[in-house]
Design a protein around this ligand. Structure first.
Ligand code: NI
Length: 210
């Protein structure tokens, strides 16, 4: 694998995400890269260069952050390097496929895409996932209760949506920690509403989300 391109991509994401405070910072992309390379170890036949670059660049054209069309940032970066058109196409395909919001949980077609999607999802759960959720919610102007809802609507589902066995294993401890955290949050939070709510867990949570 061409280490120079990987180093250049790392620098590029440091630059492009430098003012980001919503959980999509350079650290996120770097962790997705590390997760992806770890999962890729279990698949000797996969194209490691494509996995690495797709992981590092997977958010550089995210519509929530950038106003680009047709993967403008990713293609702009890749075109100036020694990468075949075929690989550029594959990388863009992966970038477009990994987004949960765009694809509503569908699976990317390529093995490399499945690996990057798992790597991205791993960074959305566990202690880091919790931090990123509140950072994103705060930036979007949402109250804490909406961020808590996001765990139930999306984050707690992710461990069963992993494509690879490796990621399913890696997700277990992170998922368990989120459940522990949510139970503790609810326990603390609930005492402030005692008497105002009817003590039914479900209606409490639904009522809270209104
Ligand atoms: Ni991401």
């Amino acid at each position: 694998m061409n280490e120079q391109i990987i180093e250049a991509a790392k620098q590029y994401i440091q630059e492009i995400f430098k003012d980001n405070s919503d959980g999509h910072d350079a650290g996120h992309s770097l962790r997705v890269y590390v997760n992806a390379m770890k999962i890729a170890e279990g698949y000797p036949d996969c194209n490691r260069k494509v996995v690495a670059l797709a992981a590092l660049l997977h958010d550089v054209d995210d519509h929530k952050l950038f106003d680009t069309k047709d993967n403008g940032n990713a293609v702009g970066f890749l075109k100036s390097r020694d990468i075949s058109d075929f690989e550029i196409e594959l990388i863009c395909e992966i970038i477009n496929a990994v987004s949960f919001s765009k694809n509503k949980g569908s699976r990317p077609g390529s093995l490399e895409g499945k690996i990057v999607q798992d790597a991205d999802r791993l960074d959305a759960i566990g202690a880091i996932g919790i931090a990123r959720t509140f950072a994103y919610g705060g930036k979007a102007g949402r109250p804490l209760a909406s961020s808590i809802e996001h765990f139930h609507e999306k984050l707690l589902l992710l461990k069963d949506l992993m494509n690879t066995e490796e990621a399913r294993e890696m997700a277990k401890a992170r998922h368990a920690f989120m459940e522990e955290y949510l139970a503790e949050f609810q326990k603390e939070d609930k005492q402030y509403y005692r008497g105002e709510r009817n003590n039914n867990e479900d209606s409490y949570r639904c009522g809270y989300a209104e």
